[in-house]
Design a protein around this ligand. Structure first.
Ligand code: GLU
Length: 446
């Protein structure tokens, strides 16, 4: 790492003790920026990087709510408004027991560069809570969402901060959050949240966008080497919203997804994952992958031990959560002849894993580029809301596809320009960073 960047990184660690995921996300970006600071002394002069590493605003609040047994529960809510150089803060809310400030900050930091890469006018932010929706009734989830929004609403607005979903926050939660925002403010402000229902301001393709976008990005990676998904064996970790629609698009483009997973283990299905069954179990029954194997029969098998990355494949798409793919997994993927790893989730590969992909000559693309289709389609939802319009599925999907093609192109061109040909990590970090840095310099010391 460049010397002035080492100083900044040390300062980040000292100012944010214990926030290991945030440190990891910052390190990954700073490691790419050496050639950028060499070329642009004005960034050092304006302390752009030091300013960028400090969120513009961090909100932490109590979320009290009553469970179905009339017991009071207390959770912690977060919103980190990281950077608004390019537009209103934009990024999802995550409801998961693992959520703490370090997770929200890593996600918010990544979001700045991801949103910049989309080429659309959105800043970076992220929020959430340590609330665990698993096993909670709809009524409990509603009361939690209402309490969460009763505090957060004062910080939001279509020109200020626009949350959406992430792990544990889907259409149901966005509905309850929007209802409470509308009730408190007495405004039907459609553009204040994205991921809304299709009948009341939501966008076509938003549900599918992160998974579809991931596969569109890999389609471009394959095309760059004259190849395609046709006949490729693919492993997709996770079985949530991102994984489901990644599987859908891989199958449409001629590949076969032979494995997916949840927090209890993974399923191998050599005939290809049956998507209709998976959707029914995950969305309809809110069930587990063990239910999938029982209902699917045939050769499908469930494994509790080991790792989904032991399953041989040509393309690996980690679509579950941060740090789910470690150095040993990367080694196994390499030995099994895997050619491409592309991150549908945020930061699923550990730094060790990324190093091993490089050493093994595999092609690796980071989440901030690969999974940007979700937030890009959120920005398309904001456009539709602002113009009080709705677009067709076909038109919206076409826009998403073009955006992913353009992100892929931008990564490769930028990597070339800065002397790292074919390096998607460098390309994504540098392209995302320079646009934000230029805007920050133009807007003065704020
Ligand atoms: N949570 C998603 C992400 O990681 C989407 C955010 C959004 O649509 O605002 O990018």
């Amino acid at each position: 790492m460049d010397e002035q960047l080492v100083d900044i990184f040390d300062e980040v660690i000292a100012r944010n003790p214990g926030e290991t995921e945030f440190h990891q996300a910052v390190r990954e970006v700073l490691e790419s920026l050496g050639p950028v600071v060499a070329k642009h002394p004005e960034y050092a002069h304006g302390e752009v990087i030091r300013r960028l590493c400090e969120p513009e605003r961090q909100i932490i609040f109590r979320v009290p709510w009553m469970d179905d047994d009339a017991r009071v529960q207390v959770n912690r809510g977060f919103r980190v408004e990281f950077n608004s150089a390019l537009g209103p803060y934009k990024g999802g809310l995550r409801f998961h027991p693992s959520v703490y400030l370090g997770i929200v900050k890593f996600l918010g930091f990544e979001q700045i560069f991801k949103n910049s890469l989309t080429g659309l006018p959105i800043g970076g932010g992220k929020g959430g809570s340590d609330f665990d929706p698993k096993g909670r009734t709809d009524a409990e989830v509603m009361r939690f969402c209402q309490s969460f929004m009763t505090e957060l609403y004062r910080h939001l607005g279509e020109y200020t901060d626009v949350p959406a979903g992430d792990i544990g926050v889907g259409g149901r939660e966005i509905g309850y959050l929007f209802g409470q925002y509308k009730r408190i403010t007495n405004r039907y402000e459609s553009g204040v949240l994205t991921g809304k229902g299709l009948g009341w301001g939501g966008s076509q393709v938003r549900t599918e966008a992160t998974g579809y976008g991931t596969v569109f990005f890999v389609r471009e990676m394959l095309a760059a080497s004259g190849s395609s998904f046709e006949g490729k064996k693919v492993v997709v970790s996770g079985s949530g919203n991102v994984a489901i629609f990644a599987i859908d698009k891989v199958h449409e483009l001629g590949g076969t997804v032979v494995a997916c997973s949840d927090s209890n283990g993974y399923v191998v299905d050599p005939a290809g994952i049956d998507l209709e069954l998976l959707k029914q179990i995950k969305n309809g029954q809110r069930g587990r992958m063990t239910d999938y194997v029982q209902q699917r029969g045939g050769q499908a098998k469930h494994f509790e031990e080991g790792s989904i990355w032991d399953v041989p494949c040509d393309i690996a798409l980690p679509c579950a959560t941060q740090n789910e793919l470690n150095g040993a997994d990367a080694q196994t993927l390499a030995s099994n002849g895997c050619e491409i790893v592309a991150e549908g989730a945020n930061m699923p590969s550990t730094p060790d894993a990324i190093r091993i992909f490089g050493e093994a000559g595999m092609r690796f693309a980071p989440g901030k580029a690969v999974n940007a289709g979700g937030v890009a389609t959120s920005a398309l939802e904001m456009q539709q809301n602002a113009s009080r319009d709705t677009w067709s599925f076909e038109y919206t999907e076409q826009r998403l596809s073009e955006i992913m093609t353009s992100i892929h192109h931008r990564c490769l061109v930028t990597a070339d320009t800065y002397g790292a040909p074919g390096n998607y990590v460098a390309g994504a970090n540098i392209a995302g960073f320079t646009q934000v840095a230029e805007a920050m310099l133009s807007q003065g010391v704020i």
